[in-house]
Design a binder for this molecule. Sequence first.
Ligand SMILES: Nc1ncnc2c1ncn2[C@@H]1O[C@H](COP(=O)(O)OP(=O)(O)O)[C@@H](O)[C@H]1O
Ligand SMILES: [Mg+2]
Length: 253
Amino acid sequence: MPKVLAIANQKGGVGKTTTALSLGCGLSILGKKVLVLDLDAHACGTVHLGFFPGTYKTSALDIFLPNSEKQQDSLIYKKETLRFDFVPAHIKLAEVEGNLKGSPGRGWLLKKWLLRYAKDYDFVVLDCPPHTGVILLNALAAADLVIVPVQTDFLALHGLKLIFDTFRLLKIALKRNVNFKILATMYDIRTKASRRVFNLLRKKLGDKLFSTVISIDTNFREASSEGKTIFEYAPKSRGAFQYLQLAKEILRQ
Ligand SMILES: Nc1ncnc2c1ncn2[C@@H]1O[C@H](COP(=O)(O)OP(=O)(O)O)[C@@H](O)[C@H]1O
Ligand SMILES: [Mg+2]
């Protein structure tokens, strides 16, 4: 079975999507077979990779429609230009919550789908939505490791409380601890605030913080506007190097 990595933080704009795509790519460069799923109705990762709404028929939405007649294995797309396989998001993922209300086993739909259709992958990477709800819970329940990107500024620290509250709730529901690790992102060595937050994270979190730190790098924004990952857009950039380091750190564990 693949190792499932959920990239989650209830705060937006912290680097979840960037991490999901770049880490997926990094792991595949290291020879792993990778499947990335976009579970966020905003579909940023999907559009980033050049899948535009209306141009694909099946999506992650079908995982959460248990009676979907669509071929469940056809949710996975392969592109020659893409190093990993991909399941795109759908704007209606935002409505799943209401549709599944009260339905038994609704927290395990993703896990069941992965058991059936993702057996041949080494890694599955889940780009999670920023709000608490049935999709995030499905992702956390299916995850072997939850990676929480945290922007190295003070407001980001405040947002961390939310995700820890979610982990606590989940622990009760799943009757097991959530295995998580924090990833410092958008680190700017020139600013005092960034350095202070990073030192604080290291002191408080110890080995729950990845040794790899992702620096601020304008190449990420440029890469997404060109529909590429950092590895295609700027393979020699610091950003590409650091996400490859992160992939190596995960393989070592
Ligand atoms: N390390 C980084 N340095 C500079 N910009 C970044 C970095 N990581 C992400 N970004 C940019 O910040 C924005 C938000 O990142 P994104 O990954 O979409 O966050 P989220 O998925 O958590 O909302 C995007 O425009 C992205 O290109
Ligand atoms: Mg995102």
